[in-house]
Design a protein around this ligand. Structure first.
Ligand code: BT5
Length: 278
């Protein structure tokens, strides 16, 4: 076999295939999430791109999707590994009537919607870890980054989603190779990124409508059913502070509830949670 395709796209067999943005745009036409649809082969960050569109007045439901990001972002300036030809990097513009303090509800809503979409492809082992990870068998398959965009008198939530679809485990960066996974690794086969993206948009649309009509309560209920943290001992690190306890659920606003074993329950609104083994 000559060199070429596998050298320039080392991420999977279908990696040489271009993303069929035209076909996906057609399927999303007329839907609430995914119309309008913007595709770029390369961007620095779809969240940054979507933020610009939102400030320019782009409507709710606008989706930006890229084949590759050169500066994909996690929380707290962390890097989201975003190689070309294998995964999904997308951002959705939403304009819900929620206060900035309630933005975490959108992150949890997205977690539920994504977990359900992924479970349709990979039925076993899908779970959610507070606040923004969707995992399969305890490994991170998807990260979520919700940010607020304000311009003039109006505001928007930029919901960023990075989902590992066809990346092989050996191609993950060293720092998260042992904690990350992809749909391909979990199911033993490649998946059409266009199909997965469509499924995601559909599931997000359905949960967002539920949220707008019935509020956070149904999201919270489903989140608890999908969470793989309930009743487990966790450590939550935020800046230099560590909080430990047993997960007693999430509050009405999305805060994590940690029981300390002496009858006190603390509310945690931000941080990185590690589930203790055993
Ligand atoms: C997140 O941050 O999990 C949010 C990631 C959001 C990425 C999307 S992609 C589309 C949109 N545009 C953007 O620029 N961002 C959003 P956090 O919880 O801080 O997790 C970041 C950590 O996850 C990193 O420090 C690594 O340890 C690990 N990581 C990085 N890339 C990964 C990947 N592709 N798969 C699994 N883990 C990864």
């Amino acid at each position: 076999m000559g060199k070429g395709i596998f050298q320039s796209f080392p991420y999977g067999i279908m990696s040489g295939m271009q993303f069929d943005a035209k076909a996906l745009r057609l399927r999303l036409t007329g839907r609430k999430i995914g119309c309008p649809f913007h595709y770029r082969e390369t961007v620095d960050s779809t969240n940054r791109f979507a933020m610009e569109l939102a400030r320019g007045g782009a409507p709710e439901g606008t989706v930006v999707l890229a084949d590759r990001q050169t500066a994909g972002m996690g929380r707290l300036q962390r890097v989201w590994q975003s190689p070309p030809g294998c995964n999904l990097y997308l951002s959705v513009i939403l304009r819900p009537a929620v206060a900035p303090s309630e933005i975490s509800q959108i992150t949890l809503l997205a977690g539920v919607a994504i977990a359900e979409a992924i479970a349709a492809i990979c039925p076993a082992g899908v779970g959610i870890k507070w606040p923004n990870d969707v995992r399969i068998r305890g490994r991170k398959v998807c990260g979520i980054l919700a940010e607020m965009a304000t311009a003039g008198g109006s505001s928007a939530v930029i919901l960023g989603i990075g989902l590992n679809v066809n990346i092989k485990s050996e191609n993950f960066d060293q720092g998260h190779r042992d904690t990350a996974t992809s749909l391909r690794e979990e199911t033993g086969r490649e998946h059409s990124r266009e199909d997965v993206a469509f499924l995601l948009c559909e599931s997000l649309e359905s949960w967002y409508e539920t949220f707008m009509h019935a509020g956070f309560a149904p999201v919270r209920e489903e989140w608890l059913a999908l969470s793989d943290m309930q009743g487990k001992r966790v450590r939550v690190l935020f800046r230099d502070e560590v909080q430990e306890g047993t997960v007693a659920g999430i509050d009405r606003d999305g805060a994590l509830l940690l029981a300390d074993g002496r009858g006190d329950v603390r509310r945690i609104t931000a941080g990185d949670a590690t589930i203790e083994k055993g």
